[in-house]
Design a protein around this ligand. Structure first.
Ligand SMILES: [Cu+2]
Length: 440
């Protein structure tokens, strides 16, 4: 059976499996009957106890086919042509055509049988990060198993005894394979909800890459200077927004299998609690409010919140160099420099010379500068109020009255009276605020 065929029927089978958990899911039933590819998991798909299925923005869920009570899945490790954002592509490594690999979603107590076929040019394995299982299924080449040679298929089989938010990645030539994109989420739902039931459930993996302009593939040798930062292997504006309902309970499962850096992930407009890690659930008595959560390399952090304010809320890594585009790296610092002399001299040899960033770098985002092929421009992304100059590990949490009817690409229109704008002189006078005289 070839891979396409397997995944095709696998798609039908997960439809059937989901139906068995939720008899009211007509769309899934229809998909199972027609043998159609499973539609991307929607949060309306209910698991036991009213839990919702996980959405992997820009990603997918691994189809699982039930055979004699065992849930069977198939991961194919392979080279993947990947687009980070419109205009930036590279050759990466992943599974089943994507980086990150498809999210594995199971239920506490499930018996899983995962086939791993290797179509990479070198051996590989899969390690199930955080899952407690028999040692021989742990996927560490040399230590617990032979590495899977190219063009061979290995079988992993184990029971997921504990619920939680885990991950998967190779444990052979980790430095290369992980750097090229071989990371994935592995979510085990509890049989019954633990803590409050949520209405939206998302999985996001942070990652970092070194992709030089003009390079065909990321550089796995890099250990410090990463120039491309992503959520689910997408750089903003390639990241799909997270659309949620006001007053609804939201869970975001953050995973970090990046090579070197921990990421402080910050959310605007709300506060949240860390409810679980890849080690298990955090007791209620130990949860405290945060607006930024550090997601260390090799960890998951699960956050939950109920947004009360409508809007387009930024969600990003708070390391400033992790929320910018590829072109912002490696330039000389020019802020505060009088560039006029330099400009006159340079004009003799290069009439198009433009001194960059002598008043700061913000204006770069509004300039329509030509960029080399296959690179992300510095001009930013058009937003409702000009250019959004962040990029990289950045996405938008869109809080709407009705998440199911909201247009994901639409912007929030804040009432003008609730929006920052130019100050009125009369009011400044009344408030005793004097505008400073313009600087030289
Ligand atoms: Cu970061």
């Amino acid at each position: 059976m070839d891979r396409r065929h397997f995944i095709h029927i696998g798609g039908a089978a997960i439809g059937a499996a989901v139906v068995s958990r939720a008899s009211d899911s007509e769309a899934q039933e229809a998909a199972a009957q027609t043998g159609a590819e499973t539609p991307r998991a929607k949060s309306s798909v209910m698991l036991a106890g009213g839990q919702v299925a996980v959405i992997t923005p820009n990603g997918s869920t691994l189809p699982l086919r039930v055979v004699d009570g065992v849930k069977v899945g198939h991961l194919v490790a392979e080279v993947v042509g990947h687009e980070f954002a419109p205009g930036l592509r590279a050759e990466c490594w992943g599974w089943n055509g994507s980086t990150p690999g498809p999210t594995i979603e199971a239920i506490e107590g499930d018996r899983l049988r995962i086939y791993v076929s290797n179509r990479l040019p070198e051996p590989t394995t899969v390690h199930w990060h955080g899952v407690i299982l028999p040692n021989g299924m742990d996927g560490v080449a040399g230590l617990t198993q032979h590495a899977i040679p190219p063009n061979e298929t290995y079988m992993y089989e184990f029971t997921v005894k504990y619920p939680g938010t885990f991950m998967y990645h190779p444990h052979y030539d980790e430095m290369t394979q992980i750097a090229l994109g071989m990371v994935g989420m592995f979510i085990v739902h509890p049989k019954q909800p633990i803590g409050s039931k949520v209405d939206h459930d998302f999985a996001l993996m942070t990652h970092e890459w070194r992709l030089d302009v003009g390079a065909k593939r990321p550089d796995p040798m890099e250990m410090k200077d990463f120039n491309l930062l992503t959520f689910n292997s997408k750089a903003f504006p390639g990241t799909e927004p997270l659309v949620v309902g006001r007053g609804k309970r939201v869970r975001i499962r953050l995973g970090n299998l990046g090579p070197m850096d921990h990421h402080p992930i910050h959310l605007h407009g709300l506060n949240f609690k860390v409810t679980a890690t890849d080690g298990g659930y955090v007791p209620l008595s130990a949860q405290y409010p945060e607006t930024t959560v550090l997601v260390p390399v090799g960890s998951t952090r699960v956050i939950e919140f109920v947004p009360e304010e409508l809007g387009d809320w930024a969600m990003h890594c708070h390391m400033t160099h992790h929320a910018m585009t590829q072109m912002g790296h490696g330039l000389p610092p020019m802020t505060g420099v009088d560039s006029r002399k330099l400009e006159r001299r340079m004009a003799r040899v290069e009439p198009r010379f433009m001194p960059m960033g002598s008043t700061g770098m913000g204006a770069m985002s509004g300039m329509d500068m030509p960029v080399p092929p296959n690179s992300l421009p510095m001009k930013g992304t058009p937003g409702p109020f000009g250019s959004i100059d962040m990029g990289g590990m950045f996405t938008v949490l869109k809080v709407r009255e009705n998440a199911h009817t909201a247009e994901p690409s639409g912007w929030y229109e804040s009432p003008p009276a609730t929006r920052a704008g130019k100050a009125v002189a009369a009011q400044m006078n009344a408030d005793g605020v004097k505008a400073p005289s313009p600087g030289k």
